[in-house]
Design a protein around this ligand. Structure first.
Ligand SMILES: C[S@@+](CC[C@H](N)C(=O)[O-])C[C@H]1O[C@@H](n2cnc3c(N)ncnc32)[C@H](O)[C@@H]1O
Length: 238
């Protein structure tokens, strides 16, 4: 199969010079953005669904797009509860066949959803960030997850965190941020998907002949790394 998908174009030739400063800031200053009501409601429904899964291990698919990866992960791990989260109602509404019983797709803003999940004490065994929006302009560093104030929350949830991207620098920056924030070794590695790509973006990039990159790191559950007042009070208003 051939396809045409453009590679990432960025003026950045190495990790952003402001990355370390942004990580320090994220670790020191609470993220006080109020939680949007729609995400609070979506989280409450998700929590109810999860409570009915009888303590099944949790897999998070953060930024799941149309939810193909959520479906595939749920099929591959029938004993797990797999939750795909995306803010795009349009993407989530596309018909990609029935959802397995052990999968749920949720429309929510991850910045809020992650904080609610950590406040609730969730401990995902696996956590996927599959082809996040790259924001390749240098001025957009703070929108990449490694430059975002929510980074400590993502890491504090713990579990096996896997990031995939077609932009090597994104994964390299994320690795630097993981090591800076947690002291754990993390590195970008080349990644070649098997026959069945996990997501539509992976499929598109792979079919275009683009190199793919990933980072996998096993993290402890460590809410203490999140600066005070960043997390909503568990159970409040839900
Ligand atoms: C490039 S797409 C990748 C989708 C899918 N993982 C894939 O590989 O096919 C990035 C996805 O992240 C979602 N996203 C970005 N920021 C988000 C946020 N703050 N909360 C929830 N979803 C977000 C977008 O709506 C989009 O669907």
């Amino acid at each position: 199969m051939t396809a045409c998908s453009r590679s990432i174009v960025s003026r950045q030739t190495g990790p952003h010079e402001d990355l370390a400063r942004r990580v320090v800031r994220a670790l020191a200053h609470p993220l006080r953005k109020p939680v949007a009501e729609h995400t609070r409601e979506a989280f409450a429904r998700t929590r109810d669904w999860l409570e009915h899964r009888g303590g099944a291990p949790l897999i998070l698919d953060a930024g799941c797009g149309v939810g193909l990866s959520t479906r595939r992960l749920a099929e591959q791990a029938p004993a797990a509860a797999v939750i795909g989260v995306d803010r795009s109602a349009d993407r989530l509404s596309r018909d990609h066949g029935p959802l397995p019983d052990n999968a749920l797709l949720v429309r929510a803003d991850l910045v809020d959803f992650w904080r609610l999940a950590l406040a609730e004490g969730w401990r995902p065994v696996r956590h996927y960030l599959l082809y996040p929006n790259p924001y390749p302009k240098a001025t957009h560093l703070k929108m990449r997850w490694q430059g975002h104030p929510v980074l400590p929350v993502i890491l504090a949830l713990g579990g096996r965190l896997e990031l995939r991207s077609n932009w090597r620098l994104y994964v390299e920056e994320f690795a630097l941020a993981v090591t800076q924030a947690t002291g754990m070794a993390a590195a970008a590695e080349p990644f070649v998907p098997d026959e069945a790509c996990l997501t539509p973006f992976e499929q598109k990039y792979h079919a275009s002949g683009q190199a793919l990159w990933r980072l996998v790191v096993e993290l402890p559950h460590d809410p203490g790394m999140v600066p005070g007042d960043s997390l909503p009070v568990a159970g409040e208003d839900t």
